[in-house]
Write a protein that binds this ligand. Structure first.
Ligand code: HPA
Ligand code: ZN
Length: 340
């Protein structure tokens, strides 16, 4: 397929994003703007020199820069601007539904109130719902390099805003911080009505995916690449239709794989896994949803049926109502039918 044709096709697909860290959508231009108005000096003297620092050998090297960038976010307006910039960007890429992660502890540990963070994010999400017709869910992620006690404090702080939060997740440094560390706080989160997801098997072993399923009782696995090391685990994921929210550009940038041609996506689809494509931290990894679809499709030579399957899987894996899912999936099918 011609690359312009492929890009045009991808652009037109109605899409859902289920794995996106709002702090990872912080573009250098906006970071400098917000740093300036908050009188904060960044470690880099220009947008270009900041962008040059975006070279990572592993997850931790990325996280160090990602947490540093987030330090310029102080006021509700900053969180609003960050979220609104993401939403207008993905609106231009024909996203119709987003499920967004935020990391409260990245901010509360710097003395920013939970309510400042969530008010800004929530206002932007509501505005996008009204003005851009983008539906949304919001997922609060616990930082796994911190203690379970700290996660409990975060859960406590979230309760006045429970009606704005759909689920909890688990992110940050995976190795050495297995899901088993967070069993009690996930149980308590479920009791509050939150849905559960966790990053697992990005750098960590297949065992961490088992733990996320059996100990945390998550309904989706974020990443999950390493499930392929364990055939029994693959069977479990297939049988229980547990979605894997894959992030191909992230995997290349964080050296989870050496190059896109090695991405296990096709293998996963062939095994019957409910694999979906997302952007993770688009400002850091070189692309939003369209770029993730495009680079994956090009490297793995995905055909039209596979592209359609991926788009459908994302709605299938979402937390939309059965009616809304059906509606979006019908739109995807009708879009692909209109192509030939
Ligand atoms: N993995 C773990 N933690 C994260 C990521 C990721 O890809 N992005 C932001 N926090
Ligand atoms: Zn992630």
């Amino acid at each position: 397929m011609e690359s312009t044709t492929l890009k045009t096709i991808i652009q037109g697909i109605p899409k859902a994003e289920l794995h996106l860290h709002i702090e990872g959508s912080f573009e250098p231009e906006l970071m400098f703007e917000i740093a300036n108005r908050n009188n904060i000096k960044l470690d880099y003297d220009s947008i270009d020199s900041l962008k040059k620092a975006y070279k990572f050998n592993n997850l931790q090297e990325f996280l160090d820069i990602y947490y540093t960038g987030a330090k310029v976010l102080i006021h509700e307006q900053d969180f609003f601007d960050l979220t609104w910039a993401y939403l207008t960007k993905v609106h231009s890429q024909n996203l119709v539904h987003v499920e967004v992660f935020f990391d409260p502890q990245t901010h509360t540990d710097r003395g920013i109130a939970f309510e400042v963070v969530i008010n800004g994010i929530h206002k932007a999400l509501e505005k996008a719902k009204q003005e851009l017709n983008i539906s949304y869910k919001l997922i609060m992620s616990y930082l796994r390099h911190l203690s379970e006690e700290a996660a409990f404090k975060t859960l406590e702080s979230s309760l006045p805003f429970k009606h704005w939060i759909d689920g909890v997740g688990l992110d940050s440094s995976e190795m050495g911080n297995p899901p088993s560390k967070f069993v009690r706080v996930f149980e308590a989160s479920a009791k509050q009505g939150y849905k559960l997801v966790a990053h697992a098997g990005e750098e960590g072993p297949a065992d961490y995916i088992w733990e996320a399923l059996d100990l945390l009782h998550v309904v989706r696995i974020d990443h999950g690449n390493r499930c392929l090391d364990d055939e029994a685990l693959v069977q479990r994921l297939v049988e229980n239709k547990i979605p894997l929210t894959l992030c191909p550009l992230s995997n290349v940038e964080l050296k989870v794989i050496q190059k896109m041609e090695e991405h296990p996506l096709v293998n996963m689809l062939q095994k019957g896994l409910l694999a979906t494509i997302h952007s993770d931290d688009p400002a850091y990894f070189g692309g939003y949803m369209n770029e993730n679809y495009y680079e994956t499709a090009k490297a793995l030579k995905l055909n039209i049926e596979q592209l359609m399957q991926l788009a459908i899987n994302a709605f299938e894996a979402s937390w939309l109502s059965p009616e809304a899912k059906e509606n979006h999936i019908a739109q995807v099918r009708s879009y692909f039918n209109s192509l030939d």
